[in-house]
Design a protein around this ligand. Structure first.
Ligand code: ADP
Length: 472
């Protein structure tokens, strides 16, 4: 009797959500299929199985005698239907929960596999990895990190980072403060910002640290630090610097004697020479001077790199040093026929500076030599010394060839020399500005330049030094 009854359920029961009592399915219009499809069954009660809003099905009761059921039985059946509905929907709920649980289980297993895979990868990499969470607690510390930093994995993971910071010494201070700052004020992190530092550990290793925050969208989840053992590279670099220092040092003596003897000969102390011999000697002298400058610069660079070039900060009179350098330059380096005019402007009541007079002399001389060398005949060089807030500033402005925009961010690089013909025709090493920059920064100042890049408009190089402060 299933097929026709389905129609009945559809039309009367399910769509209208009402129970139906049929006395004779053969003549009742709601029973579309007559008695043919439900042989022998005349009386029908149909009750919807409803749970909440949802129709789960219908309960049907048949009997072969017409008008067999009475209306009270409908009520009874409805009560039964309610019970059945609850059981049915419970069963359905159970299925649903089981399915969900299975899904969750699969997802969880997937995640676990993924997590252990990531962990295995992190354990296997040669770089040390240290991960902290939002509360600054170490959540991951891989094997390599444990080796490089000489700390037991078990002792580190799960503990606050601060407990181990002492072991890294003072060098790691900025690393620690950056992590703290990011954890406390995640907003302080500017997108794209990375932090890298070199740390000398107590166990004689040199490691580089790269630190970045872990962010999902705007949410701060912690930080990742990558450690790399760069002891070998640093050692090699030191050896290279020492080698350069030694070679330059060894070259000094022969160059000095070549220069000295040539000068003596040019002065005529070893007899007279004809014009051609004099010209040759002049070439030897010029090139010996060139070598001398190169060796001097190399020595400076290697000293700076090996940390031997200490700066001695004292109180100094900046005006005096600058005046000295200009006088010395005019006396010893200027070729009168080039016709370059120097002018110096010093602000009134200039305070004393804090710096290293010898280094400032070297820097000023370098700027002056560049201005002189890269300015054509009959040009001008203006030097200005003045006071700006907590700093004293020196400007060296020339009317020379200027610096092309394409070269501007390279001229402070070591060994970089410009491509202007005037630069190429001048002896130089491309080390002067690189050395000046390192030195001035060690002295707490800055160095920069401005140039339109148009020939004749020249360039202005400036550097600053802190004003001497007696209270410090
Ligand atoms: P060097 O003068 O030995 O080449 P520097 O480090 O002093 O080395 O200068 C680097 C480069 O910067 C120079 O080769 C030149 O191209 C450019 N430069 C420096 N000063 C000036 C200047 N006053 N005018 C034009 N170019 C300059």
């Amino acid at each position: 009797a299933s097929r026709p009854s389905v129609r009945l359920i559809l039309h009367c029961v399910i769509e209208q959500l009402n129970s139906a009592l049929l006395d004779d399915s053969g003549s009742d219009p709601r029973w579309y299929f007559g008695t043919v499809d439900s042989p022998g069954y005349r009386s029908v009660i149909a009750v919807p199985l409803i749970h909440g809003e949802q129709v789960l099905g219908a309960l049907l009761l048949f009997h072969s005698t017409p008008a067999f059921f009475i209306i009270e039985q409908v009520g009874l059946l409805e009560a039964t239907a309610r019970q059945i509905s609850i059981s049915l929907s419970n069963a359905e709920l159970f299925n649903l929960i089981r399915d969900q649980a299975e899904n969750l289980g699969t997802m969880f297993r997937g995640q676990q596999i993924e997590a252990s895979r990531s962990r295995a990868i992190l354990e296997a990499v040669a770089d040390g990895v240290l991960v902290t969470d939002t509360t600054n607690t170490v959540t991951l510390f891989n094997n390599s990190a444990s080796k490089i930093l000489d700390l037991d994995q078990g002792a580190v993971v799960g503990n606050p980072l601060d407990q181990f910071m002492g072991l890294f010494g003072k060098a790691a201070d900025t690393w620690r403060t950056t992590i703290q700052e990011w954890s406390e004020y995640p907003k302080s992190y500017r997108s794209g910002e990375v932090y890298a530092e070199q740390i000398d550990l107590d166990n004689d290793l040199v490691v580089s640290v790269h630190l970045s925050p872990v962010l999902i969208g705007n949410e701060f989840l912690g930080t990742v630090s990558i450690f790399r053992d760069i002891t070998r590279e640093v050692m090699l670099d030191r050896m290279k610097s020492e080698f350069i220092a030694n070679v330059s040092h060894e070259l000094r003596t022969p160059i000095t004697s070549i220069k000295g003897y040539v000068e003596v000969m040019l002065m005529g102390a070893a007899g007279t020479f004809d014009e051609q011999q004099n010209r040759f000697l002049e070439i030897v002298r010029e090139n010996a001077e060139r070598l001398n400058i190169l060796v001097g610069d190399l020595l400076d660079v290697s000293r700076i790199e090996s940390g031997q070039a200490e700066v001695m900060i004292t109180t100094m009179d900046l005006q005096e040093v600058v005046e000295d350098v200009i006088a010395d330059f005019q006396l010893n380096h200027r070729k009168p026929e080039k016709g370059i005019k120097f002018s110096l402007e010093v602000a009134n009541e200039l305070p004393l500076a804090s710096g290293d007079p010898e280094r400032i002399r070297q820097i000023t001389k370098n700027l002056l030599a560049n201005a002189y060398n890269y300015t054509p005949e009959e040009g001008d060089i203006f030097i200005k010394v003045y006071h700006q807030g907590d700093f004293l500033q020196v400007d060296v402005k020339d009317t020379g060839v200027g610096i092309q925009p394409g070269e501007q961010n390279r001229i402070f690089e070591r060994f970089y020399r410009g491509e202007n013909p005037m630069v190429m025709a001048t002896a130089g090493t491309g080390l002067g500005l690189a050395i000046s920059k390192t030195l001035i920064e060690r002295l707490g100042g800055e160095i920069w330049f401005e140039s339109s890049g148009i020939e004749g408009e020249g360039s202005t190089f400036s550097f600053t030094l802190p004003v001497f402060n007696a209270e410090e």
